[in-house]
Ligand binder design. Sequence first.
Ligand code: SAM
Ligand code: SF4
Length: 339
Amino acid sequence: MENRRQEQRLNQDGQNRTIDYLRISVTDRCNLRCRYCMPYDLELKPHDAILRSEEILRTVRAAADFGVRHLKVTGGEPLVRRGCTDLVHRLKETGGIETVTLTTNGVLLPTFLEELKGAGVDGINISLDTLDRDAYTNITGFDRLGDVLKAIDLSVASGIRTKINVTVTQQTPPRDIVRLVELAKDRPLDVRFIELMPIGFGADLCSLDNELIRARIRLKYPGLAPAGRSAKRRGYGPAQYWIIPGFQGQIGFISAIHEPFCAQCNRLRLTSSGFLKYCLCYEDGIDLRQILRCGLPEQEERRALFGSFVQAARKKPERHSFSEQERITEKTPMSGIGG
Ligand code: SAM
Ligand code: SF4
């Protein structure tokens, strides 16, 4: 009991937010070239700069000591990392960790879905910004829409909780928004609209206010309404969920700029090279790789990593500054952070 009370104090930050969610980027490599994320071949981190699975697991053990309960495996594209499904399995087995979910572009998902299910993954988010084949190729640089659609159906059929993440720009055709929403009509999946953030190459494009997206959806589905507080919890992130009568799935909105959720932010981010970030907007963080590679005895290393999580929670800023370009200090492209 005393331990639990102490734990609650430790993973509470200066704003009384409970930090229990860690996004782990397992690679900065990707098999797509999305124009707002990695529009062309970028300089990649050398392989030995990327944390090995053992190092990620040691970090997560310390994160769990601190109070992290939910993990999101991301990238780059996590499924291009060799052994990604085995890592998911081992993360799931880590004491204290309650859920492990994965964010993927879906291209390799048909190949790895069974392994992920066997690993016990709790949910899969598939990124998909359009249902138009030419537009998809234009956004991502590759003609792989067919693979992603197959991945969505396989993921739903496998019984794994599936969410579609749509990153919208002002160029997204209104017709596309409604077609994407309709993926949730006859399938038990949620479609979530993510406001583009001015990070990396996203700064060169214009985001679309989620209120405008809702207005477009209402033209065809006037019954669109907030799911309300009593609705079943659908994850550990900041999405606000809405319902459309007759739809199996719900529609989520993640609007970092127009409807900021900093007051409820519950997360830290670990980059593929082991940098523990406090907030997407700023470059600040702690180099955990240095701790992991300086040859400390096991318990000492665990304490040092644990201390870094406590320090990260203390240093987590109150809010982002996405509306003030000059205050954004993060220069790393999103593929290097993990979204
Ligand atoms: N490759 C995987 C994928 O695409 O899902 C995981 C990594 S990707 C960086 C994670 C998410 O970040 C994707 O849904 C992507 O659309 C989103 N993303 C990338 N750049 C963004 C930006 N500037 N603003 C908002 N979301 C962004
Ligand atoms: Fe790759 Fe995901 Fe970035 Fe697209 S959004 S380039 S799929 S990491």
